[in-house]
Design a protein around this ligand. Structure first.
Ligand code: SF4
Length: 163
């Protein structure tokens, strides 16, 4: 079995939601993080082992805003005024809520496939997780997450990959 990938729960959720269209273009981001690489690994190997991480993960590893393992980014609080402006603080809130919902602990090991199955059983009432954001965003997130999970579990995703 392949080596594990560190993954923040909400990053994994975002990856699954990005699979919703069924066809995706994986390419590098101006932040130079590794979202496209991690997405590719998860697409190519459903038995990819993941280790749950609440700090910097495999996506953050190459990000220009990761300074000594700490995220220095700020989030747009204009449409979510109750959220902390520090992305690190906000991400931690989301990740702790996802861990509670999915009954996971930091450092837990599981496959991408198993995490998907667990997510699919718990992909409703997302307003409990994304409490600080408007309801229409949360509704869209719930729909895209379910769609992406179904595509992944049914192996109906096609993709292109660009470094
Ligand atoms: S360091 Fe921050 S901005 Fe960069 S990938 Fe990680 S969470 Fe996102």
């Amino acid at each position: 079995m392949s080596h594990y990938l560190l993954v923040k729960p909400h990053h994994f959720v975002d990856i699954m939601a990005s699979f919703a269209p069924g066809f995706i273009e994986l390419k590098s981001h101006p932040y130079q993080h590794s979202l496209h690489r991690v997405s590719l690994q998860i697409l190519e190997d459903r038995n990819q082992m993941l280790r749950i991480e609440l700090g910097a993960d495999a996506i953050c590893k190459t990000c220009i805003l990761n300074k000594d393992g700490l995220c220095t980014d700020l989030i747009d609080t204009s449409f979510r005024p109750q959220a902390p402006s520090s992305k690190r603080a906000y991400n931690l809130l989301l990740d702790e809520r996802w861990c509670g919902r999915l009954e996971m602990q930091c450092n837990e090991l599981l496959t991408a496939y198993d995490l998907c199955k667990r997510l699919l059983k718990n992909a409703d009432n997302l307003e409990e997780i994304y409490r600080e954001v408007p309801a229409d965003y949360v509704n869209r997130k719930e729909q895209t997450l379910r769609s992406g999970l179904q595509h992944y579990l049914n192996k109906t995703i096609r993709w292109t990959y660009e470094l």
